[in-house]
Design a binder for this molecule. Structure first.
Ligand SMILES: [Zn+2]
Ligand SMILES: [Zn+2]
Length: 151
């Protein structure tokens, strides 16, 4: 597995370092994590790695297209190594949980611009906002209105 990451770094003309390999492994195992989580995961095996090293690695990965940076409005940036398929995300408004949604198909939800203003469109960014199952369950358990409704 490590050699895959080495090959990825080399093909992107990036220097192969232990922290970078660890960061790629962390993103493979933990999709949609923020910078702090990547730092914690890298440090689990490489305790001396600095924040700056991880920041720099994530920026280099993103610029090289090895990693995709997603930033839902009002949320901290997250990173994932699933790139190239333009998949979308569903985000929980309560806890910030994120899950992948395959690329939308068909006419809805408006991935074909009704007026592209002459632009060559190559990407539509779609974020599906809602409440994750965990938060929905919790809300039902704690919301006084829902218990009133049960009486
Ligand atoms: Zn949630
Ligand atoms: Zn994703």
């Amino acid at each position: 597995m490590t050699s895959d990451f080495e090959a990825q770094l080399r093909s992107a003309s990036l220097r192969v370092t232990r922290p970078r390999l660890a960061a790629l492994a962390a993103l493979r195992d933990h999709p949609h994590v923020d910078t702090d989580t990547v730092i914690a995961l890298v440090r689990a095996d490489n305790p001396t790695v600095s924040h700056q090293t991880v920041y720099d690695a994530l920026r280099a990965f993103t610029e090289a297209g090895l990693v995709r940076r997603i930033q839902p409005a009002g949320a901290t940036a997250r990173y994932e190594s699933r790139v190239g398929d333009n998949h979308h995300h569903v985000v929980c408004r309560s806890c910030g949980a994120i899950a992948d949604v395959a690329c939308a198909v068909g006419p809805a939800p408006c991935l074909t611009a009704s007026d592209d203003h002459g632009f060559v469109v190559d990407e539509a960014e779609v974020v599906y906002w809602g409440t994750c199952p965990g938060c929905a369950t919790e809300r039902r358990a704690t919301d006084p209105r829902s218990s009133e409704g049960n009486r």
